[in-house]
Design a protein around this ligand. Structure first.
Ligand code: ADP
Ligand code: MG
Length: 306
């Protein structure tokens, strides 16, 4: 390596590690994180592989930001307070410009999401980015997938389908307004994990999951884990003005239902509990199993399982 391994780590990854909970960051054999008395450690890890999770042409800054943001979304879904993260980076070549812009994306996400970079690993090989996130939650209060009960309201944060539309913009398949294209692309490249909402839902929501695979897929996971059925009203799905600039309403609906990559929170609230700001009711919880809705009415060629 032109740039030595330790010089590389020092130059790009050693200065994004300050945070209230960080007792010891990059540079020793392991990091030390302070938990508050009575807290449980929440941890999750996600890997992005070039060619599978992002294109070879992706900007390094976007890769870095997105790797952190998508991993952090799992902390949001658990209602965890962000404490820090580690980064395992496998690189074919230690290229200065690439590392510089990649680390800027990581640093920006670290700052915006309060996830100091406390350690990691650096190896040579096909480009792979693994981010482990660490969070804290008062013992016994984490938001799980398994607590929804019949009668609950089914709710989602933000708007759905934007990231799928943003990917369409990137691959030249967008036919909505030009003004909307930038917004949608940003929604895909710079997901905003709902960490504050997740924490606010602790002791309120009965179950929660983040929408990474698509609303219907993740709703199925939530319903199955809770042993209940969900009924979704597609007319209630929150869609951004940008997505609504697309003339094809069936395509809007398809992206909102199955698009994925939005990193919003899907959660259940007991009847009568008022909704946090920026969230919408999209259906209800019933006895039974699976996810049903009024989808047949529209273009649902893709979803035979309904
Ligand atoms: P060890 O041999 O003990 O595993 P390493 O040589 O892998 O240690 O790493 C040295 C230090 O640099 C450790 O504190 C490790 O956490 C940190 N580190 C290595 N790679 C990264 C990275 N990509 N991002 C952040 N910290 C890193
Ligand atoms: Mg190591």
């Amino acid at each position: 390596m032109a740039l030595g391994e330790f010089e590389l780590i020092y130059r790009y990854f050693s200065s994004h590690g300050r945070g209230d909970a960080v007792a010891l960051g990059v540079g020793d054999d392991a990091a030390l994180i302070d938990l508050r008395p009575g807290e449980q450690l929440v941890t999750s890890v996600d890997t992005l592989v070039e060619g599978r999770h992002f294109l070879e042409s992706a900007f390094p800054e976007d890769i870095g930001f997105r790797a952190v943001a998508t991993a952090a979304s799992d902390l949001a879904a658990m209602g965890a307070r962000p404490l820090g993260m580690t980064l395992a980076l496998t690189l074919p070549e230690p290229e200065d410009l690439w590392l510089h812009t990649f680390s800027e994306g990581v640093a920006r996400a670290a700052r915006e999401l309060s996830l100091p970079l406390v350690g990691g690993d650096t190896t040579r090989g096909p480009l792979t980015v693994t981010v482990q996130v660490l969070g804290g939650v008062v013992a016994g209060t984490a938001l799980l997938r398994s607590g929804a009960v019949p009668g609950d309201q089914l709710c989602v944060s933000g708007t759905l389908g934007d990231a799928a539309a943003g990917l369409a913009v990137q691959t030249g398949r967008w036919s909505g307004s030009e003004d909307a294209a930038d917004y949608l692309e940003t929604r895909f490249l710079r997901p905003q994990p709902r960490l504050a909402l997740g924490m606010a839902l602790v002791d309120k929501a009965t179950a929660c999951i983040d929408v990474s695979d698509g609303l219907l897929a993740d709703a199925q996971h939530l319903a199955a884990a809770s042993g209940v059925a969900f009924e979704i009203d597609s007319t209630l799905l929150p869609r951004s003005p940008a997505l609504q600039s697309l003339p094809d309403i069936d395509q809007q609906l398809r992206w909102a239902l199955t698009g994925g990559d939005d990193y919003e929170l899907l959660f259940t609230l007991p009847a009568g509990v008022s909704l946090p700001a920026g969230t919408s009711v999209i259906g209800c919880v019933r006895t039974g199993q699976g996810v049903t809705g009024d989808f047949e009415a529209s273009e649902t060629a893709g979803f035979q399982h309904f």
